[in-house]
Design a protein around this ligand. Sequence first.
Ligand code: NOJ
Ligand code: CA
Length: 530
Amino acid sequence: MTDPKWWQSGVIYQVYPRSFQDTNGDGIGDLPGIERRLDHLVALGVDAVWISPIYPSPMVDFGYDVADYTGVHPMFGTMADFESLLAAAHDRGLRLLLDFVPNHSSNQHPWFLESRSSRDNPKRDWYIWRDPAPDGGPPNNWISDFGGSAWEWDAATGQYYYHAMLVEQPDLNWRNPGLRAAMLDAMRFWFDKGVDGFRVDILWHMIKAADFPDNPANPDWRPGMADMNKVLQLHSTDQPEVFAIAAEMRALADSYRATGRERVLIGEIYLPVERLMAYYGKDGEGVHLPFNFQLIDAYWDARALHKMIADYEKALPPGGWPNWVLGNHDRPRIATRVGEAQARVAAMLLLTLRGTPTLYYGDELGLADVAIPSDKVQDPRELREPGLGFGRDPVRTPMPWDGSAEAGFTTGTPWLPLNPDWPSRNVAAEAADRGSMLALHGDLLRLRRMHPALSIGSVRLLQAENDVLAYERAHAGERIAVVLNLGGEARPLPPLVGDFHAILSTCHARQGGSDALLAPNEGLILLAQD
Ligand code: NOJ
Ligand code: CA
């Protein structure tokens, strides 16, 4: 590859704004807080920041219920605060991405208030309204991702509205041209301000089968599984008409090329690889990066990871640029899933695979999930289906910055408890420790910048057995081998063709580079001398 775009060679960092940095003592992170901490991101060495929603919202789903697509929630700050943050990010060479939530709005959005006011309101069709089934019940068997029927009865107008998520998140009707235009205008509003792109929430949900047939029952559903999994979301998601919407958004983003700043769209899509690929578009007219979440659910085994990487690489359409994600605000943290030692190996994997990596705030410290006492639970996912392990509060806890009160996150009471390990696991402490997870991330990100083979080079899988996953990255005559020990026993290094020497190990204590053995849980990057 020559002349890569910033979103191809760069690394994206996700900020959950409630939990990054509070500046006014209300215990909730805010935009001035993100601005105050931008230098952490610069020191770390990432290229772009994606901020989860900051719009006005009743916060039933913590901002994913948007009441105004072109405003800023006063809790996060003002529009001036946003503009200041954007300018400060750009001054430091960082790109800034917002989270666009097109599938649904809040039920407090003025559009929905109008829509539900009467059947003949001009905005009625901006949402999805249906008559009851002949028995008076919901129009079909579709289930909300938060459990229960996805249809809510509105007695005043005698119809049901559809909500793929919470009752408070009515789905928007993207088949309506007026709604479509209004939503694209909202994107334009932020592009005009200079935002560098969007992460697009649940893109694959945006269009539903026009005649709303029942979804098939899921034969594999068992008690203990989420209610939503009782049916297969065959007709309620991933409909072919969604690609035209993605293409419209892409054309809008591309229309800003003339400004000299390339804008990017990243689609949140949880689908098997073969269906995910369609979101690149037939000729690349879809989103730039359909999120590849496979590492989040990956079985942590050399062979399984090898197959996942190979299958994904093979499935990519011509020109389709890969991407990898280890964690986000909806899924258990990597340190909890694979343990502290392997989380270091996972970081090396994420930052050396071919494709754009997205890092989740706190993972650079090795932060683990935090057990939330039941009286402190905030997440509607946990409140609606308690005790099954779906709650997302544990992965949304405040960023620990230093050893001062409340880890420097707030002068008040944090909205969610800090991880009790914050006195030692915080940015300041790890910055002073060459062996820390933070130092490892810094080293990995510096190597990526120094060696284009690691960001834009080709990938060739070398070994996937005996707990060792190894691959070679190559670009413009430079060759780099990545060798990862996914187990807790020492393992021989795989045979490498040529003279390689180690340039980074996940085990800080390793001396020199000629050992023929990988230590337990060791990941190693080696540079070819030829
Ligand atoms: C996906 C978001 O990541 C999640 O946090 C949210 O609850 C749903 N979409 C609904 O918007
Ligand atoms: Ca605050």
